[in-house]
Design a protein around this ligand. Structure first.
Ligand SMILES: Nc1ncnc2c1ncn2[C@@H]1O[C@H](COP(=O)(O)OP(=O)(O)OP(=O)(O)O)[C@@H](O)[C@H]1O
Ligand SMILES: [Mg+2]
Length: 308
């Protein structure tokens, strides 16, 4: 049984701890991304880890990097704990911590935009549309309802905010910052990756409503544009259960709904104000959330996650 992990401690230089992932320098030109079992909801990170969540995020990204390699080259090297321990000095004793959740990647220079693609009208996109009839500054047809499917999907980039919420920007803003050619490449790659992912997941019972990609440039002499970070996971995307899809209202989340329902109940009864510190979670809420993540992995990949 793999122990749930809140915070990783490895004998490597820690570059950052995100809400969920810890990023280490693992060599001159590689990074080690370790997905913990931390979970956040309403922008607050919970105290309790969700068992297997980190492994689901890592193995699902690994699956997509392979599955979509024909669309675009990625930073992915391996997500096999044995291979990582063999390759990175100092990790031999840490195989248990790495198991399932660690990914070795090529280090790149990340581009400073979150490349969001929206295939359904929800979240901040629905808010913008309701207010001004636009999405990412571009007009959309009138009369769309909440959660409507968008065909074709829409590229709606955002700046990476160090603190607080990412700021939505227009395509021309990205073009101004990176040049028209690179901006167009990012848009095309994002749309192609999303379309391929959405088409793959939909008949398997999951709607990928929207998602965020990151791209980076490989070090010279290669210099190629690579898709980096995580790929089409429940943490970088909105996953909806396809059999419950009903346009005209907000949709349940495939993975976090048990957690959200529990927290919304506390808020309604004024037992939690929606800010840190988080309330304690009952074990059945944690278990139900864990099962949803495992189920998302099983539906998309067609395999049960191997848990040691
Ligand atoms: N191949 C790569 N080269 C360089 N940087 C990378 C690479 N892959 C991922 N990164 C960077 O690793 C970081 C991951 O940390 P991040 O803060 O996003 O973690 P997180 O747990 O996803 O947190 P959050 O939920 O706040 O996004 C990102 O800044 C991303 O740009
Ligand atoms: Mg992130």
């Amino acid at each position: 049984m793999i122990e749930p992990l809140v915070t990783s401690q490895l004998p490597l230089r820690l570059l950052r701890r995100g809400k969920v992932r810890d990023v280490y320098e693992s060599g001159a030109d590689t990074l080690l991304l370790v997905a913990s079992d931390r979970v956040s909801a309403f922008d607050v990170v919970m105290r309790e880890p969700v068992p297997h969540k980190g492994a689901v995020l890592t193995q699902l990204s690994a699956f997509w990097f392979r599955e979509l390699a024909h669309v675009m080259a990625s930073h992915f090297l391996t997500a096999d704990a044995g291979a990582i321990a063999d390759r990175v000095p100092g990790l031999a004793e840490h195989r248990d911590l790495l198991a399932g959740r660690a990914m070795l990647v090529r280090r790149t220079t990340p581009l400073p935009f979150e490349c969001v693609v929206r295939g359904y009208l929800t979240g901040s996109a629905w808010a913008e549309y309701r207010q001004s009839g636009t999405l990412a500054g571009e007009p959309l047809p009138a009369g769309l309802v909440e959660s409507a499917r968008l065909d074709p999907p829409i590229f709606s980039p955002a700046t990476k905010a160090e603190t607080g919420h990412d700021q939505n920007v227009t395509f021309s803003h990205v073009a101004g910052a990176l040049g028209q050619g690179l901006a167009a490449k990012l848009r095309q790659a994002s749309l192609e990756l999303y379309e391929a992912g959405r088409a793959y997941a939909r008949p398997r019972g999951i709607i990928i409503a929207d998602t965020k990609f990151e791209f980076g440039t490989a070090p010279p002499p290669d210099g190629r544009l690579l898709v980096i970070d995580e790929l089409l996971t429940p943490d970088s995307s909105r996953f909806w259960p396809a059999d419950r899809y009903e346009p005209g209202k907000s949709q349940p989340s495939f993975d976090k709904q048990p957690l959200r329902d529990y927290l919304a109940g506390l808020k309604r009864r004024s037992e939690w104000n929606g800010e840190a510190p988080p309330p304690p979670l009952p074990p059945e809420v944690v278990t139900a959330t864990s099962e949803r993540y495992l189920e998302a992995y099983r539906l998309i990949t067609g395999r049960v996650l191997e848990i040691g």
